[in-house]
Write a protein that binds this ligand. Structure first.
Ligand code: SF4
Length: 241
């Protein structure tokens, strides 16, 4: 269930301040235009919270029968960077949170290496429930779950998306292109620039992919700096000891 009252209320406040800013300038009663951003940010939080509540009871595919928890996603609802993986694993299903196992620990290290804290980004998966024995998602499961992800993206309004792994990349691109090919290109999903790289779990199994993955995330960070520019420009030398 959405919270129409609160969302509408925030809309009305935002609209009021916009009108007043047009009439009397960017400052009104000591409130400057930056307050409007804060109101929009609050609305993002409300939307993502409501969506999560609704998805917690989802029964749209058969994975609802075997899951322990719906793993909706986690992070900053106002994030500029959104990461999208494949599906919850055993530990994620147990805790109800994305990327909390060994792959999640590696993901945290990768994020830190390019100057992000996990709390700054938003992390979700293509599927919100764990496929048994971590098998690949079935096409019908992806189809049923896609609207949840699309609504998450709509609420968060990220400036860049990073798809983690072949399944996430192929699903978002509706393509059977290999991961090796996908990671060399910049795409768009729902109007948002999209990059694709290796899933951290794949990096744990294949350490030789860590070097190309490092190249991918450096590219991501440079693109982030040029699009968003809300942090000091990053350079790889910052990670040298
Ligand atoms: S995987 Fe997605 S569509 Fe299937 S039950 Fe879970 S939330 Fe619903």
């Amino acid at each position: 269930m959405q919270s129409p009252d609160l969302a509408q209320y925030l809309d009305q406040i935002q609209s009021y301040f916009s009108q007043q800013a047009e009439l009397v300038g960017p400052e009104l009663f000591g409130v400057d235009i930056s307050r409007l951003d804060q109101l929009v940010l609050s609305q993002n939080s409300v939307q993502i919270h409501d969506l999560e509540k609704a998805v917690q009871n989802c029964q749209k595919c058969k994975l609802a029968e075997s899951r322990n928890h719906v793993v909706f996603g986690a992070g900053n609802p106002n994030a500029n960077l959104m990461l999208i993986g494949e599906a919850p694993g055993a530990e994620e299903d147990k805790q109800g949170l994305p990327f909390v196992g060994k792959a999640g620990q590696l993901l945290d290290k990768i994020l830190i290496a390019i100057g992000f804290k996990r709390s700054e980004v938003y992390i979700a998966n293509i599927l919100k429930c764990r496929p048994p024995a971590n098998r690949d998602p079935n096409p019908d499961e992806i189809e049923q779950c896609q609207s949840h992800l699309d609504q998450q993206i709509e609420s968060i309004q990220p400036k860049i998306i990073l798809a983690l792994g072949r399944v996430a990349g192929q699903t978002l691109l509706k393509s059977e292109t290999s991961l090796g090919q996908m990671r060399t290109q910049t795409y768009q999903y729902a109007g948002v620039p999209l990059l694709v790289t290796y899933h951290p779990a794949a990096l744990l199994r294949n350490p030789q992919w860590k070097k190309p993955a490092w190249e991918d995330v450096q590219k991501l960070r440079h693109m982030y700096d040029s699009i968003v520019g809300d942090k000091p420009a990053w350079s790889p030398s910052q990670n040298k000891k």
